[in-house]
Design a protein around this ligand. Structure first.
Ligand code: FAD
Length: 487
């Protein structure tokens, strides 16, 4: 595979091997959503995927899709929400530096997007999961997925759960879990509209005309060049750059050696080929960060850094904890619990039982524990003293963990070594407008080029909530399809 991603002049192409009105690179969540809408707008659509079938990371995913503003599921389960409330949360939680126009379009279009998904056959069960968790443990359809009901966001917007989960027949993420149950009906919808697909074909570079208009893709298949003509437009939907070591080193070095919730096909190809045609990039340093802690345990304990100090409300979204640990705490965290809290946590249901490992250290007193952990003498002791002083009154004035989780640590204590327990994927990518047109560095749209999903910078500029990747991939994927079909 040549490394050169520079656009190929259309004048150099004597024969086109494949042809369609709209050509989409990548058959994951953004690609399938683009395909459906392009076909509905009357285009002949061809989707190309370098893998042996459709699905991408989306089909392996947990399936959370971020929807709100008063969806029928939210309302049926008794939750009030509005587009303004959703936008207020997203602006606070997904920044700094969010694209206000994208957040506004997304929040105001969310109820319609819910109907679009269910219209394509996606099923959300009317059941709410209200306990701390990375995912729903069964097939519940709704849950908190971004710390909406925890500090600091519960003071910014009225808490509303927005993590919508397609119903599974069984709880088994990775193998026909909720992500698969999202992708399957969408792909079936695309097929019913006549969308064609080619697999084992890798988009490599754009083909452009004299005026810079994108007219197709140069692809590779089993070592041979394949030239694909797009009569109306090309949509890039190739995923993140989590598995491009060079790009990770350049833009998001904290993720070196720790890619997760992505697939090896996410090698930044879409970003590079558009960049070579002058495309602008945005928020290339932004990353989702997962944390290998069990939320049911974390909410009931205290998390401290390498200096024995608390740094975050432990009942918030695990991804927010992950970002805080990796970005602000040198990737070092310890969970501290007393015996009662540990036993109570173990008696709860969790979707992450594998995070419930035995403690690394256990001691009769906090002073002994901090010595065993190698923390500076008195550091953890003073943290626990301060925490307990307020916890006795059921408050946490330092970090505002909710009263339901606040209880003094008493008696024998244990700690879990959670240093280095983070991994994640990239959120930055091509700069696009609300109609999913790829913007040139001069700020104007590159004619004939559209993009969505994790090869673009979407609603997340810095922070993250579970569901926003499948959310903005599908939402702006649809817009990419319409824009490409209608020119
Ligand atoms: C285990 C796991 C759990 C997750 N849970 C969630 C969740 O609950 N909610 C959420 O919002 N997100 C979740 N994610 C993340 C989410 O799945 C992805 O961020 C999302 O699928 C990105 O959408 P996309 O369309 O950009 O990429 P994908 O859905 O991965 O689709 C990209 C497609 O492009 C193809 N491709 C790549 N390069 C080329 C090329 N050069 N030519 C042709 N084809 C190419 C790939 O093979 C792939 O099929 C999870 C991911 C994983 C792996």
């Amino acid at each position: 595979m040549p490394h050169d991603r520079r656009p190929i002049p259309a004048s150099d192409v004597s024969t086109w091997d494949l042809e369609a009105d709209v050509v989409i690179a990548g058959y994951g969540i953004a690609g399938v959503s683009a395909a459906i809408e392009a076909a509905r707008a009357g285009a002949d659509v061809l989707v190309l995927d370098r893998a042996g079938g459709w699905g991408g990371a989306a089909a392996l995913s947990g399936g959370w899709i971020y929807l709100g503003g008063g969806t029928p599921l939210q309302r049926a389960l008794g939750f009030e929400d509005s587009a303004e409330n959703m936008a207020a949360f997203m602006t606070a939680a997904l920044g700094p530096g969010v694209d206000a126009a994208k957040i506004g379009a997304y929040a105001h279009g969310s109820v319609e997007h819910f109907h679009w998904l269910t219209g394509c056959g996606v099923v959300f069960k009317e059941e709410f999961w209200g306990e701390p968790g990375w995912e729903v443990p069964h097939d519940e359809g709704l849950g908190y997925s971004g710390g909406e009901n925890a500090a600091p966001f519960n003071a910014v917007a009225t808490p509303a759960p927005r993590g919508h989960v397609p119903q599974m027949t069984d709880k088994r993420t990775g193998v026909r879990g909720a992500g698969y149950m999202l992708m399957k009906p969408l792909v079936e919808t695309a097929e019913s509209l006549g969308v064609r697909a080619e697999y084992d074909i890798r988009a490599h570079a754009l083909v452009t005309g004299v005026d810079g208009r994108v007219e197709g893709l140069l692809c590779r298949r089993f070592g041979a060049d394949v030239r694909v003509r797009a009569r109306r437009g090309v949509v890039l939907a190739t995923g993140s750059f989590a598995y491009n070591a060079e790009m990770i080193e350049t833009y998001a070095p904290r993720l070196i050696g720790r890619p997760a919730a992505a697939i090896e096909e996410h090698d930044g190809a879409g970003i590079l080929m558009a960049q070579a045609a002058g495309a602008a990039l945005a928020h290339m340093d932004a990353t989702e960060v997962a944390f290998f802690g069990d939320p049911q345990m974390m909410a009931r304990g205290i998390l401290v850094n390498g200096r024995g100090q608390r740094f975050i409300a432990e009942d918030t979204y695990g991804g927010r904890i992950g970002q805080a640990v990796l970005i602000q705490q040198d990737n070092a965290a310890y969970l501290v619990m007393d015996m009662d809290a540990h036993e109570e946590a173990l008696a709860t249901t969790t979707s992450t039982p594998f995070f419930r490992q035995p403690p690394t250290w256990a001691a009769e007193t906090v002073a002994e524990l901090e010595a065993d952990m190698g923390l500076p003498a008195g550091a953890l002791t003073s943290t626990v003293e301060t925490y307990n002083r307020h916890a006795t009154a059921g408050t946490d004035p330092l970090l505002h963990k909710k009263a339901q989780w606040v209880r003094p640590l008493e008696g024998p204590v244990a700690a879990w070594d959670l240093r280095g327990c983070t991994a994640g994927f990239t959120l930055g990518g091509l700069r696009t407008d609300v109609d999913a047109r790829v913007l040139h560095v001069d700020g104007t749209p590159i004619p004939g080029l559209y993009a969505a999903g994790r090869c673009t910078s979407g609603v997340c500029a810095g922070g993250y909530s579970s569901g926003t990747s499948l959310g903005d991939g599908s939402f702006f994927g649809r817009r990419a399809g319409v824009s490409a079909a209608t020119g």
